[in-house]
Design a protein around this ligand. Structure first.
Ligand code: UT7
Length: 329
């Protein structure tokens, strides 16, 4: 990618709904406790969308902040990609709903479904469009309202998820900066480990699918955990190699925020001290496609990245999928 037009992040924004659901709130809903949740996951609380808030609303709030920080008007946007598995509706896409809300007239708009890897998949897609000269800029949002597809009677999953959105504007940046490499991948055979079966063309919504809880997330946590540890390590090594870098070159590590134990195992493998890792799973839980951009935007807002810093992002999720990227800030 080094001889191509350099593309990087020129604006950032984030949004989480106001309502906070704590571990002690969950103790009143299911058979669980704060000690179990904190020790097994690192999560203390999560944000939950208001009844009248849908994914495009979260995405909109994050987007207007990202556009303001980029100094770009909505009508100047060429492309909008929303990474999500909780679109407002099956169609039209959430990106089209957002395009209209923003007033980004004429911008191309589509959703991308790669679960928790969706933001990195979307970045790679948009960077390609800009590098090949088709577009000059793009708005990429990772947004999910997982509370709408979470079964709050299932303690195996309901403690893990939250709602939120993170957005970035990408465009041409000075030489030497921007995205240096990507590694995307999938293992479709592992799809049944993490899924929502109902409401698609295989199993359209019926009274039976609703009664059978087929419109909620199903997850085999233990198997997804093993997959996560394996692919985080492999994708990290691959994306560093593609950029011609070593683990010592990483200034900031931004992993998918699913479980503190998965993050710690990746940090150990990379020999990274805590100050080089962004962790906010305690505040937001797993927000799927919003997880990496929420962490990235928060790190930017806290001034944790200096110009020229090497940033490694890596995520994994339903599909099963993974995605990693090296960015020079
Ligand atoms: O974005 C990608 C999506 N997902 C993930 O990244 C999740 C990956 N997996 C994980 O993070 C972990 O596997 C979990 C947090 C889901 C589970 O942690 P674990 O250490 O793998 O626990 P476990 O599934 O082995 O369950 C241990 C015990 C079980 O009881 P028994 O069978 O040993 O008696 C569970 O029933 O913990 C029990 N348990 C709970 N106890 C209290 C499961 N959920 C809860 C809970 N509160 N909420």
């Amino acid at each position: 990618m080094k001889n191509l037009r350099p593309v990087g992040i020129i604006g950032t924004g984030k949004y989480v709904p106001e309502k906070i659901l704590t571990n002690s709130d969950l103790e009143k809903i299911v058979e669980t406790n704060d000690e179990w949740i904190v020790s097994r996951t690192g999560i203390r609380e999560r944000h939950i969308a208001a009844p009248d808030e849908a994914t495009s609303d979260l995405a909109y709030e994050a987007s207007i902040r990202a556009l303001a920080s980029a100094g770009l008007k909505p009508e100047e946007l060429d492309l909008i990609i929303v990474a999500t598995i909780t679109p407002d509706t099956i169609f039209p896409s959430t990106a089209c709903v957002l395009q209209d809300k923003l007033g980004a007239k004429g911008a191309a708009a589509f959703d991308l479904s790669a679960a928790c890897s969706g933001f990195v998949y979307s970045l790679a897609t948009a960077v390609g469009f800009i590098q090949n000269g088709m577009y000059n800029n793009a708005l990429i949002i990772g947004a999910d309202t997982l509370s709408r597809i979470t079964d709050y009677t299932d303690r195996n999953t309901c403690v893990l998820f939250g709602d939120g959105a993170g957005a970035v504007v990408i465009g041409e940046v000075p030489k030497g900066r921007g995205f240096q490499s990507f590694d995307l991948g999938a293992e479709g055979a592992g799809g049944p480990l993490l899924k929502l079966e109902g409401g698609g063309s295989r199993l359209p919504a019926t009274v039976e699918t609703v009664e059978g809880k087929k419109h909620f997330i199903y997850m085999n946590g233990r198997e997804v955990f093993k997959f996560a540890v394996r692919v985080m390590g492999a994708a990290t090594e691959k994306v560093l190699g593609k950029a011609g870098l070593a683990k010592e070159d990483i200034d900031l590590f931004i992993p998918h925020q699913a479980n503190i134990r998965i993050i710690q195992s990746a940090m150990q493998r990379l020999d990274l001290p805590p100050e080089k890792c962004v962790i906010n799973v305690d505040k937001y839980a797993n927000t799927s496609a919003a997880s990496i951009p929420l962490a990235l935007v928060e790190a930017a807002e806290e001034g944790r990245m200096k110009e020229g810093d090497t940033v490694l992002m890596v995520g994994f999720g339903g599909g099963l999928t993974w995605g990693a990227s090296i960015l020079v800030w």
